[in-house]
Design a binder for this molecule. Structure first.
Ligand SMILES: [Ca+2]
Ligand SMILES: [Zn+2]
Length: 409
């Protein structure tokens, strides 16, 4: 019994096999969502359904194009009901640890209209599963107790009930259970760090930002740390000089134990590691790598660790690379490099010279100048284009392949 209140306990999927996995209780979060194969009307119906949820519990939803935590899709070969008939929807956590999918069955005609009726009911039911709710009754072999008494397992109390009427809204018990998980409705927020102590051979974080702490005197052998999504950091009481990375992926940290044997810290989706002497960004393809490359591209120098840490922090906090590029372009240091009011041609040439360190090829130069002249791209776009070009990424591999050192802001 999680709370002793059957209205809540009968709805909590514990262990929380959902986006609430390993998340501290009662804290408001933001969940990104996207669609695969939904019409404009279906997108708009789900969006308004989610907006209603946000008025009731501490979950805010933000639609994104890529990398969403919660994806809405259609699939007809989902799990069947206990009587063998096709299910109308299902929810599953993705095996790669990047979030959840709410599936609707396109062969069930009502699943096309998500504005109201049974389609909306199922869409909300699967959303609630993703948020951490379970069925309040034993509807199949997958269900587990505690259960609500039949007279309470009705649609007016919970969207998770199969029986007792239909509804298109969260019931009062759903709201209690979701508020237990996420707190009451509040302003949009990003979840603060979840603190997780690494004290087992295998430790998983939440789908949000985690700070893992590892005291190597507490462990006797290798450990695996799985960050799932979010910006996840491991803090370990080792100096970086006492460790080395094995392999190319910056995901196997090896150190020598007191008895002279070696042990490993195996990292899965952990973006940063904080040793006693320095902090490294391991996300060469993520924010740390992008910030490093943009800084280097804009100012034609190795980033200082404090400045780099500041801009990594901005990206982690939700700023886009383009927004930061716009600030870089107008800075005094950038003006010194590219000139005060360069023509589009001069600016593009300067990008070749200072970012790629070479003379432009005529075709490439003409293309970039045309992009600027036609206002297809801004100079910030061009700076990002050069800094994230595969040519620049490859050129900087030597500087980033052992991790990107920065001073956290
Ligand atoms: Ca995480
Ligand atoms: Zn269900």
């Amino acid at each position: 019994m999680a709370t002793g209140d059957i209205r809540i306990d009968s709805l909590l999927a514990l262990p929380r096999n959902s986006l609430a996995t390993n998340l501290p209780l009662g804290r408001a979060i933001e969940i990104t969502y996207s669609f695969s194969g939904y019409s404009t009307a279906q997108v708009s119906a789900v969006t308004s359904m989610l907006a209603e949820v946000s008025t009731l519990v501490g979950v805010n939803f933000r639609q994104v194009d890529n990398g969403a935590l919660l994806v809405y899709g259609y699939k007809s070969d989902g799990p069947t009901l206990a009587d063998g008939s096709p299910g109308s929807g299902s929810m599953q956590l993705k095996t790669d640890g990047t979030g959840a999918i709410a599936w609707l069955n396109p062969k069930v005609a009502e699943m096309q209209n998500l504005d109201s009726g049974y389609g909306r009911q199922v869409a909300l039911h699967e959303t609630a599963h993703a948020l951490g709710l379970k069925h309040p009754g034993e509807y199949s072999g997958n269900d587990s107790g505690p259960y609500l008494p039949d007279e309470l397992a009705t649609a007016n109390h919970t969207i998770m009930a199969y029986n007792g009427g239909s509804t298109e809204h969260l019931g009062d018990f759903d709201i209690l259970a979701l508020q237990y998980l996420y707190g009451a409705a509040g302003p949009a927020t990003q979840a603060p760090l979840t603190l997780i102590s690494v004290d087992a051979a295998s430790t998983s974080g939440s789908y949000f930002n985690d700070l893992f702490t590892l005291d190597i005197s507490n462990i006797t052998s290798s450990v695996r740390v799985t960050g799932l999504t979010g910006i996840d950091q491991l803090q370990v009481n080792l100096a970086s000089s006492e460790t080395f990375f094995q392999g190319k992926e910056l995901d196997q940290v090896i150190y020598k134990k007191a008895d002279g044997t070696y042990a490993g810290i195996f990292l899965d989706s952990v973006e940063r590691i904080q040793f006693t002497d320095r902090t490294l960004g391991l996300d060469i393809d993520g924010n740390a790598g992008q910030a490093y490359r943009l800084y280097k591209a804009a100012f034609d120098r190795v980033p200082d660790k404090g400045g780099l840490g500041y801009w990594i922090g901005e990206l982690d906090g939700g700023a886009t690379l383009l927004e930061i590029a716009a600030k870089f372009i107008t800075s005094a240091e950038s003006i010194k490099i590219n000139g005060a009011n360069p023509t589009n041609l001069a600016f593009a040439k300067s990008m070749y010279q200072h970012v790629l360190g070479r003379a432009p090829d005529q075709g490439g130069l003409a293309w970039w100048v045309d992009q600027l002249d036609s206002n297809t791209r801004t100079r910030s776009d061009v700076l990002v284009g050069f800094s994230e070009s595969s040519e620049n990424q490859i050129a900087l591999t030597g500087q980033t392949q052992s991790g990107i050192e920065f001073l956290p802001a």
